[in-house]
Design a binder for this molecule. Sequence first.
Ligand SMILES: C[S@@+](CC[C@H](N)C(=O)[O-])C[C@H]1O[C@@H](n2cnc3c(N)ncnc32)[C@H](O)[C@@H]1O
Length: 254
Amino acid sequence: MTKIPRHRIRLPQLDFSRERESDVYFVLDHEDGRAEHIRFHDYDRIYSLPGLYEQIFYERLKCDSPRFLALRMNEVLAAAGDDLNRQRVLDFGAGNGMMGEELAHYGVSRLVGADISEAAKDALWRDRPGIYDAYYVGDLSRHDDALMEQFGGWDFNCLTTIAALGYDDIPVAAFHRAFNLIADGGWIAFNIKETFLGQSDESGLAVFIKRLVAAEFLQLYHLERYRHRISIEGNPLHYCAVIGRKLAAMPDDL
Ligand SMILES: C[S@@+](CC[C@H](N)C(=O)[O-])C[C@H]1O[C@@H](n2cnc3c(N)ncnc32)[C@H](O)[C@@H]1O
């Protein structure tokens, strides 16, 4: 088995001027003495180094979302008389496959990843080969016939989007398209920082999600506040886990 390298990581002192998660960074100390500053959102760089994503987010910052969401999905589906084993899942914003790995513990019928980052795909095939049936790289915020055709063949009845909404990650338009790729009656599971559901959210996500629920495109089965991970200062960062069933496609003009 290939040995996953350990990285020398330093988290910076708290800097109150950095309010956006996408601006937060850590320092990677290289063996030749170089200190590289890497932003949390420089996924391409992070994925390019085996084990770095897991070490910073899952080990140091104790991210628990894939495990937690997969566990709750298993429970919620079972309570509704369904089973994860019957799901043909689109894992949107799949990164290097952390959610796929959790879902694989329960077993799913099909698992397809999608991400905007080619580096994520490379990291997935490098670090978690065999977990996903396919993985597509593309930008769903723009209409792309070829990409939509590839997705169409999988007949998805489940969408997972974990730790990928908000903060300059997946925009509303792309999430909207991914939602509409799922069959009516299919399961939708995602998480979102609790503040994104509040009045002050400017990303448009809160409005989109409220419309999903209020206008009956999504039937809510489970909503739970939980600790997604800790911040670099060690404080808990709370997210909401949302699990529901798609009732109908959301029109483009909403
Ligand atoms: C924090 S990572 C989460 C990865 C994985 N879901 C996990 O739980 O570890 C966010 C992911 O969202 C992806 N992403 C950002 N914008 C995207 C977009 N417009 N379309 C698809 N993926 C996107 C990033 O490339 C990154 O892999």
